[in-house]
Design a protein around this ligand. Structure first.
Ligand SMILES: Nc1ncnc2c1ncn2[C@@H]1O[C@H](COP(=O)(O)OP(=O)(O)OP(=O)(O)O)[C@@H](O)[C@H]1O
Ligand SMILES: [Mg+2]
Length: 339
């Protein structure tokens, strides 16, 4: 394996994304493990484990170590991190890469130290941590050291992280537990109630990405045959789900998201609010890929909204970018361990 440059890591609840300094994204896999719940043996991780979702053999559970913005299972999380980073870094005895990581969950100092230690074991030289909104902004090519206030909204799987940044600092922040997953859950609920059809998580995710929209006013109707289990007969059945239905299903989480944005803007000083009105809102995270989300937020809030070029990869790319010129960002980097 060729030697690897420094790496930026976004340790998310849905996906772990790793970007290499100067190269871009080199790793992107679901943050899941398939575990035998009696022996706690790990059967598989990442993409391979995700494929098992909804069709797990008896005794095996596909689980996410990070959920709802908190660490559900620290041991599994650190094992997964170690394994993913080892796969990327390989056996590099010299020139071990530095790493910069953003963790989506609230974690205490002990947990942070443990994760950093796991990174060392996986073959990195030094790991530092960075706040998610700062990394997201950098990954979207926004310079964070200016005084002008910028609003960055990262819509992940479990959470939506709303922040207003100015002079390299987070001036206001609110983390909602409505992320992309809430839209998937709402879609499953909607189809169950309307069609008496119980669809699995992966089918709902596929539906959401393929034809989903959050705009009930959208005209170009698409539809997709979706398989599930009929709740009356108990038998497998298919129904054609339309993009209009996806938009109706999305109403509740969408409302929560917009409420959350309003609430942050209402509580920031007038100068910063003016900046946000001028500069607009930046959307990052996988959830920012939901069709028409940008347009709907713009319409509802009367503020310009931009989506990062690579929304889902923005945080990892931002981390890798800091590593290009770490000297410029010493103030915003968390503590790290050197070896
Ligand atoms: N094309 C798409 N259309 C709609 N939603 C999408 C698309 N691609 C990804 N998503 C959604 O993005 C979410 C995952 O985003 P992301 O990878 O940023 O999460 P994460 O960083 O792992 O989570 P968190 O930041 O909450 O810990 C999921 O809810 C997924 O359904
Ligand atoms: Mg994230």
């Amino acid at each position: 394996m060729a030697s690897i440059e420094d790496i930026g890591i976004d340790l998310g609840s849905s996906n772990v994304i790793i970007a290499e300094r100067g190269k871009g994204v080199i790793f992107n896999e679901p943050a899941v493990l398939a575990v035998n719940h009696t022996t706690r043996n790990i059967i598989s991780m990442g993409q391979e484990a995700y494929q098992m979702t909804g069709r797990e053999p008896t005794g095996i559970t596909v689980m996410r170590p990070l959920q709802k913005g908190t660490i559900q299972d620290f041991d599994l999380l650190s094992l997964m991190l170690n394994y993913f980073v080892m796969r990327v870094v390989g056996r590099q005895l010299f020139n071990r890469p530095r790493a910069l990581m953003s963790i989506s969950a609230t974690s205490n100092e002990i947990e942070k130290r443990q994760l950093i230690l796991r990174m060392l074991e996986a073959g990195t030289r030094r790991t530092q941590l960075i706040e998610r909104p700062l990394a997201a902004a950098l990954g979207a090519n926004i310079s964070i050291n200016e005084v002008t206030g910028r609003m960055v909204v990262d819509i992940g799987g479990a959470t939506t992280d709303i922040a207003v940044i100015s002079s390299g600092e987070i001036m206001a922040r609110s983390i909602l537990d409505t992320g992309g997953d809430a839209f998937t859950e709402a879609l499953i609920r909607y189809i169950r109630l309307k069609h008496n059809l119980l669809i699995g998580w992966r089918s709902a995710e596929d539906l959401k990405s393929a034809i989903g929209t959050v705009d009930v006013q959208e005209q170009n109707a698409l539809s997709l045959p979706t398989a599930g289990r009929n709740l009356v007969s108990g038998l497998p059945r298919q129904a054609d789900i339309t993009s209009q239905e996806c938009a109706e299903a999305a109403e509740e989480p969408l409302h929560a998201l917009i409420e959350g944005l309003h609430s942050v803007i209402e509580h920031i000083p007038a100068e910063l609010a003016n900046d946000v009105f001028d500069e607009g809102i930046l959307l990052t995270g996988g959830g920012a890929r939901m069709r028409s989300l940008r347009e709907v937020i713009e319409r509802e809030m009367q503020i310009p909204v931009h989506v990062a070029d690579q929304p889902q990869e923005a945080i990892a790319l931002g981390c890798a970018k800091v590593l290009e010129r770490p000297g410029d960002y010493t103030r915003i980097l968390g503590d790290g361990r050197r070896r």
